[in-house]
Design a protein around this ligand. Sequence first.
Ligand code: FES
Length: 172
Amino acid sequence: MQIPTELTAQIDEAISHYPVSKRSASLPLLHLFQEHFGYISEEAILWIAEKLELQPIAILELVTFYPMFRRTPPGKHHIRVCKTLSCALAGAEQLKADLCKATGIPCDGHGGCHGGTPGHGDPVAVSPDGKFSIESVECLASCGTGPVLMINDDFYEAVSAEEIPNLLSQYK
Ligand code: FES
């Protein structure tokens, strides 16, 4: 695993915020790694643990506890569909199934996907061409305009099945 100079500088800067306990830099470092590499590999867990002078289990338990950390690579464009109550009532499960169909991600028709090994700590399903990945997430803080989703950092509200082709076509 190559750590580019720019990332090294960001890591050192993050650690400098926690002069009393380097352990407190664990979450910031995990975010930096996921931002750069797209996911948290086994190698990354070992690297961070060594850097912070911790046992690898201290990092692994964070990665498996917080669902926003991915343990496998996402697709080129990552879709997050809100699954919390308001969006669920507004049809989020069907929307996710429609998105799976449109992107080629195997889906059971009930919001479950089988393109990867989804589950806690590893919730991402990826399309066969690697272009899209999808996961269900908790509330995206726009409960009155469901169903809500994000593609990469872009936010979409009240998304209908009819909009899906146009939506996805914006991501090459
Ligand atoms: S329930 Fe979906 S954004 Fe809050």
